[in-house]
Structures are given as C-alpha cells and as structure tokens.
Design a protein around this ligand. Structure first.
Ligand SMILES: Nc1nc2c(ncn2[C@@H]2O[C@H](COP(=O)(O)OP(=O)(O)OP(=O)(O)O)[C@@H](O)[C@H]2O)c(=O)[nH]1
Length: 396
C-alpha cells in the first residue's frame, strides 16, 4: 500500500474507532504529545506568569491577616518554594528538550500548592484564624485548564488535592455547620471542571486527527494515493539539498506509461484509471526505505527517488521497477511495443553538486526519458549525474 495512503488511514481509523479513554495507538500518541506541547507552550508561559503575579499579590494580603506559624509556613511554601519553582518552570518552556516534561512538572507543582494550601487553611482554622478555602476552587480550575496537563494527570492532581482537604478537615477540624456545603462545592467544582476538561481534550484530539488527515490529503494524489506533484517537488528539493550537504548519492527516475492515450481510447477512462492505480502500487513497492519516495508527477508519469543508494545499485532499481510493472500483465492491445502495459524511464544517479540541484537533476531525468521514448520505448535509460552525453546503462 502506498505510504501516504497508509498515513491517511492511520488518522481516519483512529477517528472512526474513537478514543473515549483519551489515548491513541502508540505511534499516534507520540505524535499527538508533540502537537499538544507545541500548541500549549505560549499558553503555559502566560499561565505561569499569571500564577506568579497572583501569588505575589496575595503575599501582602496574607501577611496582613495571618500570623505566627501559619504565616511562616505560608511564606516558606509560597514565596520561597512555589515562586522560584514557577520561575524554573517558565525557563523549562524555553527549552525544547524539556518541554515534554512540563506536564509532569505541572502535576507536582500544582499538587504541592494544593496540599500546602489545604494545610494552611486547616491549620489557620485550628488556631481560629479565618483562612479562605475558596482558593482551592481556583486551583482546581488552574489544574484543569492552565496547567498544560493531560486530562488524566489533572484529574489525579485534583483528586489528591480534594481528598487531602477532606481528610485533613475531618481529622483536625471540629464539625462545623457549613462543612458539608463546603465539600459539596469542592466536589461540584471538580465535576464541572472535570467534564469540561475531558470534553476540551477530546476536541483537541479530534482537531489533531483532522489536521493530520488534511495534511496528508493536501500531499496526496487522489487517484493513486501516492504523493502529488506539489509534495514531490518539496520532497525532491529537500532531499537533494540534504544529499548535497551530506555528500550522499541519490537516484532519481521519471517513468511514463507507454501509449497510454491509446489505452484510454481503446479501453476507456475507467480502465485507464484502474491501470494507473495498479502501476502506482507496483512502483511504490520498489521505494520502501524511509527516505525513498514515489509520487505521481502528472497524468501517466511517475517520479521515484532512492536516497543514499550506491550508483552501482541504480541498474538493479531500474530492472526491478520495470519488471514489477511487466509482472502486472495488464493487457494493452494498442501498444506498439508489447501486448501488455509497459514503462519508459529516464534515470539519473550520483551525488548532487552546486551545479546539479533538484531542478537540473529533474531536467536531466526528463531528457533521459525522452531518449528512452525516442529509441523505441519499453526501456529505461540511465545516466550519471552531470554526464549528459553519455548513457551509462540501458534496461530493456
Ligand atoms: N484514465 C486516465 N487517463 C489519464 C489521467 N491523466 C492523464 N490521462 C491520459 O493520459 C494520456 C497521456 O497521453 P500522452 O501524453 O499522449 O502520452 P502517451 O499516449 O502515453 O504517449 P507516450 O507517452 O508518447 O507513449 C492522455 O490521454 C490523458 O487523457 C488519469 O488520471 N486517468
């Protein structure tokens, strides 16, 4: 199956299968996590800055109302631990390598803030100082929406914070008139925040899959499932530059189905389409290594490229490619060179240089294809890169 078709199906299959547990197959999950971190980085920076500012604004307020051990605990946990850790977190977001650990980092810091807040609140109440517990609700929202965590991480973080509040207050506080109301509001905030955060991540995952599928479609030739002309040009330019920098040889081949107009006229366009699909699939089997590629250059022309293949392998590639289409044995009564569908091709092989970049190499392959047609079709003309007057080999 052509590579692009496979990629497209990967997104499509996952969309159809669903992902209620908010996880994809392993390969897609890795891709999604990179997408998620890249997408969230600006939001995370903003959230950390807002977090630091809010904590610093709270300091004079709390200093004015808290006292003794409570104040000391508060100042140590907030000013001397949380704020510096948040500054480190901010630096994390600028290092690409560290970004993927951000959500784990977030998990620990938010859980830490939550538990220390609970301890301060409970301890204050034990010493009959009023400390607002409403801050916990704000923290629940931060964990669900601003912490840059996956839903499951934020949920575990919230469960730990909420349970720690419940356990501490049950153990250390006498039963108060409004205690159950307080639990109820914390639980309701968790529930509403949790459902919204789940739906939000679900939507982000859907948009990731749709975006992946769209990106594949934009590169795909709809009939054959191979790369289209635009994607081919991009890949060719990119890999030629890479081969030039790394001094690696490339082999490029432009092929054309012989007498395809006659085929269409005789068998009709639907059979013509089917023929192109079969030829495309046969060609794709010859370019299987990660940097090799094959695409539909236009009409009944295809472009194949093998990366970092020794020049003496070129003839073998040409023979295998030609044989793979011959083996299909698609009848072609109107061909003047065979009773079945055949290919003509021009192949260029060598290391790209300043003078020989993508466009020039493609032009040389086109010249070779022209020569193959002129000299009788059903053959592949092979030339060394830059050696335009010399036919290095011929595959019939
Ligand atoms: N069925 C079908 N035909 C196509 C498609 N794209 C291009 N063609 C046809 O391909 C044919 C190409 O004709 P020509 O360029 O004359 O090439 P040819 O008949 O193969 O001649 P040579 O290349 O010289 O052997 C035209 O008849 C186009 O209509 C397609 O997607 N489906």
């Amino acid at each position: 199956m052509p590579e692009l078709d496979w990629d497209l199906q990967k997104y499509d299959r996952q969309l159809k299968k669903g992902f209620k547990s908010l996880s994809f197959t392993q390969e897609l999950e890795v891709e999604f996590r990179n997408f998620f971190h890249a997408r969230n980085v600006v939001k995370q920076r903003g959230a950390i800055l807002v977090g630091i500012i809010l904590l610093l604004i709270l300091v004079p307020l709390d200093v004015a109302y808290l006292e003794g051990d409570v104040l000391e605990f508060y100042l140590i946990s907030r000013v001397w631990i949380t704020v510096p850790v948040l500054i480190v977190a901010l630096l994390f977001t600028f290092k690409e390598r560290l970004r993927r650990y951000f959500s784990v980092f977030s998990f620990f810091i938010i859980t830490f803030i939550g538990i220390t807040t609970n301890v301060s609140v409970i301890y204050s109440q034990m010493t009959h100082i009023y400390a607002p517990y409403e801050g916990a609700m704000l923290l629940i929202m931060v964990a669900f929406f601003l912490g840059g965590m996956y839903f499951r991480q934020s949920l575990s973080c919230i469960v730990i914070i909420a349970l720690s509040y419940l356990v501490l207050s049950e153990i250390y506080l006498p039963h108060e008139q409004y205690q159950l109301h307080r639990y109820f509001f914390i639980f309701a905030t968790c529930l509403i925040g949790g459902v919204s955060a789940y739906t939000f991540e679900y939507q982000v995952r859907i948009s990731f899959l749709q975006r992946g599928a769209l990106k594949c479609l934009a590169k795909t030739d709809h009939l054959t499932g191979l790369y289209n002309r635009g994607a081919l040009n991009q890949k060719l330019t990119h890999l030629t530059e890479y081969a030039f920098r790394e001094k690696k040889p490339i082999t490029l081949m432009l092929v054309d189905v012989d007498y395809f107009k006659n085929f269409n006229d005789f068998y009709g366009h639907i059979k013509g389409d089917r023929c192109l699909v079969e030829v495309a699939a046969a060609l794709a089997k010859n370019c299987q290594r990660p940097l090799d590629f094959v695409g539909r250059y236009g009409g009944e022309e295809f472009l194949l490229m093998w990366f970092d293949a020794a020049p003496n392998e070129a003839k073998g590639f040409a023979e295998k490619t030609k044989a793979s289409v011959d083996r299909l044995q698609i009848p072609h009564q109107q061909s003047q060179v065979s009773d079945h569908v055949t290919l003509s091709g021009g192949m260029i092989t060598g290391v790209p240089s300043h003078a020989n970049q993508a466009e020039t190499i493609l032009n040389q392959a086109d010249q070779c294809l022209y020569r193959a047609k002129e000299s009788g079709r059903n053959r592949i003309v092979i030339q060394d890169l830059g050696d335009e007057n010399n036919i290095a080999d011929l595959v019939k």
